[in-house]
Design a binder for this molecule. Sequence first.
Ligand code: BDR
Length: 317
Amino acid sequence: MKKLILDVDTGVDDAQAIMIALADPNVEILAITCCSGNTPLENACKNTLRVLQKCSKLNIPVYRGCEQPLLAEPRHAGDFHGKDGLGDVPDPDAPGLDMLQKEKAQQAMIDIVNCHPGEVTLVATAALTNLAVAVQLDPSFPKNLKALYIMGGNTESRGNTTVCGEFNFVVDPEAAYIVLERYTCPTYIASWEFSCRNSLPWSFIDTWLAQSTDKACFMECISRHTRKTAQSADYQGEQTEGAGFNPCDAFALAAAIEDSLVIESEEVAATVELEGTHTRGMMVLDYMKLLKKEHKVTIMKKVDLELFKKMMMASLQ
Ligand code: BDR
């Protein structure tokens, strides 16, 4: 069994990631911790509970994390995933926030990992605020992780939020900096450019959503708004390469549970630029080894797309 903790800011692509993990019989999700990002914290928590309810997995504990970045002004993903982060689809039966655990997310991560040292993989698909706070609370936390998978950052200074910045890193640049400095466990990064280049053809998305299951119906509804925005000519122009559907967070999650998914990657030391009008929050890759950092991250380059499609299909069955 692969033991996972998911750190999310549940918008539509976080929901897709969560559903891939829930569908895998070899995965045990020990906790889902929420952070402000795509949508304010309360929404991120509510959306997470809605996804779990749809998959009959409300027994998985969900924790409230940070409401604000460490230093940066709070920002959210605007209308990309709808105002509520989940496509603005009314859900009168949504679980209440009283279902959340009482313990704070960061302490819960530490406690859970301490119970299973070296066994837990942390998948972070939000701003890295909760992770930065966790390592402040317990500096030994990263070394007790099996691995860390991050969706965030960029490799060629191509932004999706600022000129040179990817959303999750731009939302909390200081947190991203701290994580790349202090998480010396094996760290894998699904960057913005990587996710664009591995985007899925729209024809596959039609097949994926046409499955006659409740989960497919739910995904079809919550992703309608995002798909419309993503298909607009303006948005396609913003993607670096590979016009198609980009389920960014799902790549990080799928890589965490399926070792053979990533078929091309490279190892390099990485940090985050904290200054600059256009460069704050940009990931910096030190190919020249000038930073003298011992710890290198693995930058994902290419996935086995057929395997990824299989995992996507299974997530809605
Ligand atoms: C990232 O930003 C968020 O909007 C998505 O959920 C993803 O985690 C992509 O830059």
